[in-house]
Write a protein that binds this ligand. Sequence first.
Ligand code: NAG
Ligand code: NAG
Ligand code: NAG
Ligand code: NAG
Ligand code: NAG
Ligand code: NAG
Ligand code: NAG
Ligand code: NAG
Ligand code: NAG
Ligand code: NAG
Ligand code: NAG
Ligand code: NAG
Length: 650
Amino acid sequence: MFRLGPILVTILAATYPITAVPTADDPCAKIAGKAFVPPADALACEKSFPFNETLRQNVLNNIARVFDFFTFEEFYLNSPPPFQESTADIRARLAEINSTTFETDYDFNIAVYDFTTQLNDGHTRYFPDCYTSFQNVLPAPFINIELDGEQGVFVAFDSVDFISLLGPEYTDFFDSINFDWKRLAGAQVLEIEGQAPYDYADFIAKTVSGNYLDHGVRVNSVFTSYRISGTNFSQRLGDLAGPTGVKQTSLNVKLITANSTEEETVDIPYLANFIGVNFTDAETFWSRNCAANDSTNGVDFSASGSSFRAGGNVVERASRRARGVIVDKSNSSAIGLPQQFEPTIPSVDGSTGVIKNFLLPDNETGVMFVGSFEPDDFDQFQTDVVDAIDSFKAAGVTRLLIDLTNNGGGFVCLGQFLFQYLAGAKIGYPGFVSTNRANPLAQKIVAADIARGLNSTLTFYSPDNWAALNDTLFPENFDYIDPPAPFEVNGVQDPTSQRFHDTCELGFSQDVPEEPPFPPENLAIGNCASTCAMFSTLMNERLGTKIAVFGGKPGENVEFKGMAGNQVLEWSDLDSEIKTAHVKDDPLAPPDLLVSSNMRHNWRTAWSWLNESVPIAYLSELPMFRFNYTKDTVVNPQNLWIFATSQMFS
Ligand SMILES: *[C@@H]1O[C@H](CO)[C@@H](O)[C@H](O)[C@H]1NC(C)=O
Ligand SMILES: *[C@@H]1O[C@H](CO)[C@@H](O)[C@H](O)[C@H]1NC(C)=O
Ligand SMILES: *[C@@H]1O[C@H](CO)[C@@H](O)[C@H](O)[C@H]1NC(C)=O
Ligand SMILES: *[C@@H]1O[C@H](CO)[C@@H](O)[C@H](O)[C@H]1NC(C)=O
Ligand SMILES: *[C@@H]1O[C@H](CO)[C@@H](O)[C@H](O)[C@H]1NC(C)=O
Ligand SMILES: *[C@@H]1O[C@H](CO)[C@@H](O)[C@H](O)[C@H]1NC(C)=O
Ligand SMILES: *[C@@H]1O[C@H](CO)[C@@H](O)[C@H](O)[C@H]1NC(C)=O
Ligand SMILES: *[C@@H]1O[C@H](CO)[C@@H](O)[C@H](O)[C@H]1NC(C)=O
Ligand SMILES: *[C@@H]1O[C@H](CO)[C@@H](O)[C@H](O)[C@H]1NC(C)=O
Ligand SMILES: *[C@@H]1O[C@H](CO)[C@@H](O)[C@H](O)[C@H]1NC(C)=O
Ligand SMILES: *[C@@H]1O[C@H](CO)[C@@H](O)[C@H](O)[C@H]1NC(C)=O
Ligand SMILES: *[C@@H]1O[C@H](CO)[C@@H](O)[C@H](O)[C@H]1NC(C)=O
């Protein structure tokens, strides 16, 4: 167990603005204690905090210095095809936000949130807790399916069962305003906000979705889809029916309902779900959701008695592991997958955690639905893999379909474990060649870690986290970032550390078989539309595994890897590196945040096996198979697996 020592943490948090409105007409008191509120009411509360120049300078200085560590910064100056959409001059945008006039703190924070969201790198985003504390929910989630030979946009056929799972607090509101949302189930969508449905999907993919570099993957994330949330089957609303924030009060849709032939135009109201920390009025809304608290910034882990923090929680050392994961804020609690879509085929061992294993009716195909690489229990993930493969073998399974739908990533080393287990130990090193950015402060951190005798127990920058390309661990005093390795992108010199390997094998608790359990030609991956990208890219680049993607717009490609950075550091992680190295006084060090926000960033690059001068994130790798969703497969995992098996193994 870690020990909480006698340390005194002094927090200089942003105090509640003295200029706020008096309690009598406090717009936050009006919505306090409610799980669901009209978005206009939520917005009135969020906009009640005036713009504050001190807070702007604090946030922008923090972000500007965090971007120094973002490995892809210079790629953005001219993002290579097919990722051109994400091109941005990051420094120019920061300067623009620095000189814009904002009325409220909300307006400033949303400008920063939108700017980083539109970089489309799920590892590199600014999340202001204050203003991401509501998720707008439309009682009409959309799907993109092929019907009668043509792709089109519809309101989900299961929307009554699905939306009802939000409970009466949600649905009663629509009764109270006499809005019959149930009749919209299965409606054919002709226009959204006056635009063709796919044009509007493009607009949402471009402005709201974020998270994935590839536009096609973002188009998929606009629509509703199944997933595993926690350890349960679940259905994601999609970025159109369930966006973060409360910008919109309704959606104008021209449609033909399921049992009609008449076109009509309907204004469908949103209702916002509060997902923040509860409050009673503006003052407590601010102090609990907006002001910095003791998990906002990092700590000096080398100080006696300090404890580790990760993702806002105080955790033990064992949990401090390299992570590559996106944040999907659109994750309202309590939305399950309607029961009729839960698989009914036999479940196989190793299914109690984030992995769900099934035997298909052909008795030949095993399905492993890997919902996440970030389980609560690192070792259980590994034993689940072993149990599942053993059970599949015992059942006579000869081929394996791996479903990665909505897998947002997680521990870098669990992706490597699963890859190595399926590829067999004989493949050798199970990861990518990696680097981080050799900026002057990063070089000082590594030098200080070495000088202070720190190691991987306390920091990610210490040399003994990594190995040379021959898999010999870097000695504790080996400075791998000074001298740096030259690298140029878009005409800018952007030196990196020397190239290194991960050392994941050291954390594998389960033996990996020498030979692959199934021949590579008998493996297939479906629907890898997210940060499990490192895993699927390894399967593609090193085993030539068959990969399929579902959905996407007619006539447009969809990459199988949505977002393939490498290790992400939350702001508090980077700050802990800086504080533990004792370089926080350096003028290049980002200041502590005064507000409860997180500027996370992609801290390491993974270089492709196919071309070692290209990050996997920027290498276009299209799937071998591309399928449309249909009415039968769209939110029905079992039907989708049976369909995919029939197509991919024939
Ligand atoms: C702006 O924020 C700072 C830091 O929290 C605070 O000290 C100051 O009083 C605020 N200014 C106004 C006008 O509220
Ligand atoms: C914002 O502009 C001010 C001058 O108006 C400057 O002092 C400050 O450094 C700028 N901040 C950033 C992050 O560029
Ligand atoms: C998907 O639907 C489009 C029509 O929108 C069609 O052209 C295409 O062939 C379909 N794809 C597959 C794999 O069936
Ligand atoms: C359409 O009609 C069918 C058959 O009468 C009925 O089962 C279904 O609920 C109706 N759909 C809607 C959205 O009203
Ligand atoms: C999963 O579902 C079970 C049964 O419906 C429920 O009791 C449990 O709270 C759910 N767990 C999570 C993490 O949502
Ligand atoms: C959604 O929330 C649950 C519980 O808060 C968490 O376990 C799960 O990982 C989240 N899922 C996603 C996709 O963010
Ligand atoms: C929310 O507030 C109520 C009353 O102030 C309190 O009893 C409850 O524990 C709070 N819930 C959470 C999750 O903080
Ligand atoms: C800090 O505040 C955020 C929301 O602003 C909350 O999610 C988190 O739990 C808080 N952490 C602590 C340690 O209070
Ligand atoms: C698969 O196994 C089950 C149980 O042994 C059996 O009932 C079923 O007929 C088998 N299916 C096929 C396609 O052989
Ligand atoms: C790191 O150093 C500490 C103290 O010198 C030592 O106890 C620990 O075992 C070391 N950890 C590793 C992974 O070498
Ligand atoms: C592995 O590579 C490192 C760095 O290139 C080198 O110093 C070391 O001698 C090599 N070790 C072996 C066993 O080849
Ligand atoms: C590798 O990528 C670089 C940079 O895009 C390119 O110049 C080079 O031609 C590529 N090499 C191969 C073998 O494709």
